[in-house]
Design a protein around this ligand. Structure first.
Ligand SMILES: Nc1ncnc2c1ncn2[C@@H]1O[C@H](COP(=O)(O)O)[C@@H](O)[C@H]1OP(=O)(O)O
Ligand SMILES: [Mg+2]
Ligand SMILES: [Mg+2]
Ligand SMILES: [Mg+2]
Length: 306
């Protein structure tokens, strides 16, 4: 099965196994205690866990899929890694499923894999480890089609650490139980470390019943999937294609929507600008267009303009 499955199924299965290994590396760095923090910019830290997890993910995927373009947040990495970091396995459970017809014949050169080895780095360094995720997004030409969101610090009922959520458009999602957000409320999930006055103005326009301030694009989309929030609002530039590719694919495979604040999808081909200049608006079980229309004109003029 593994050798004959279509490329997208093998990329997804390999990404599931690799994200789990990267999650182990992220836990190990924290356990050792020396985070090796480097500031890449304002509110933009990088740690030894970001660097090592990226090396593990890109070395593993590049070895298995040498002709697929892979773009990682932490730039060019040394792919000479120890065998322990080279993940060979393909997740067997995932491979049991059949490939949606639309992706069966996609060629390796039509894929881009967007890797965020550790989403929520600021929160990782501040002890909010439950916000941390590993994101591997799979784009076909312009579209975010498949995604893995791995939570290294999620404690399973049996005590095991980590859980892995996946989504593939046309197939569905796995690794979690979807829960609708509570009726009669409107809960927004948003940034806790990258807000500004304009972003606050956008939040105010929604007449929400509650605003949850948490880290990471992956964790906020998980909150939508698990019914903790109705919408994810980020009306400022700052997050990048590797932050949104996997969350968008998983959310949309579950019937939700992730766009910029104008309601347009970002393109994820290899030549796009990395920054998501027009912010992020995501929802599940909502009238997404009605949410787009709530963004104030002043915010749209400043953030939504091309
Ligand atoms: N201004 C920014 N500079 C760098 N990264 C950003 C910025 N804004 C958002 N991000 C990335 O998007 C994620 C979601 O943002 P937020 O938590 O503020 O909602 C952040 O965890 C960070 O990803 P990462 O942690 O992988 O660097
Ligand atoms: Mg970062
Ligand atoms: Mg990120
Ligand atoms: Mg990151």
């Amino acid at each position: 099965m593994a050798a004959t499955a279509p490329v997208i199924m093998r990329v997804m299965a390999s990404s599931i196994s690799t994200a789990k290994r990267a999650g182990g590396i992220i836990r190990d760095v924290l356990k050792k205690g020396d985070l090796g923090i480097v500031d890449k910019g304002k509110n933009d830290p990088q740690t030894e866990a970001d660097r090592s997890a990226q090396r593990c993910i890109i070395a593993s995927l590049a070895k298995k899929f040498p002709t697929v373009k892979i773009i990682g947040e932490e730039g060019g990495s040394d792919l000479n890694v120890c065998d322990d970091w080279l993940v060979n396995e393909l997740d067997e459970g995932f491979l049991q499923q059949s490939c949606p017809a639309e992706w069966k014949d996609v060629k390796p050169e039509d894929f881009v894999i967007w890797v965020d080895p550790l989403d929520g780095t600021a929160e990782y360094t501040q002890g909010h480890v439950e916000h941390v995720t590993v994101l591997i997004g799979i784009a076909v030409k312009d579209a975010a089609v498949g995604g893995i969101i791995h939570q290294p610090f999620y404690q399973q009922p049996d005590g095991e650490m980590g859980r892995t959520i996946w989504g593939l458009k046309g197939l569905g999602t796995g690794g979690f139980t979807a829960v609708p957000a509570p009726a009669g409320q409107f809960i927004i999930t948003t940034t806790r470390s990258h807000s500004n006055a304009l972003h606050q103005q956008a939040l105010n326009a929604f007449a929400s019943t509650e605003v949850l301030k948490v880290g990471g694009a992956g964790f906020k989309v998980l909150q939508l999937l698990e019914g903790k929030a109705h919408a994810y609002v980020f009306a400022t530039p700052g997050c990048k294609k590797w932050d949104t590719c996997a969350p968008e694919a998983v959310l949309e495979a579950q019937g939700g929507c992730l766009t910029n604040i104008n309601g347009e999808h970002y393109a994820y081909n290899a030549d796009v600008e990395h920054v998501n200049r027009q912010g992020v608006l995501a929802s599940l079980g909502q009238d997404h267009v009605a949410l787009v229309e709530k963004i104030p004109a002043e915010v749209r003029a400043a953030v939504g303009a091309k």
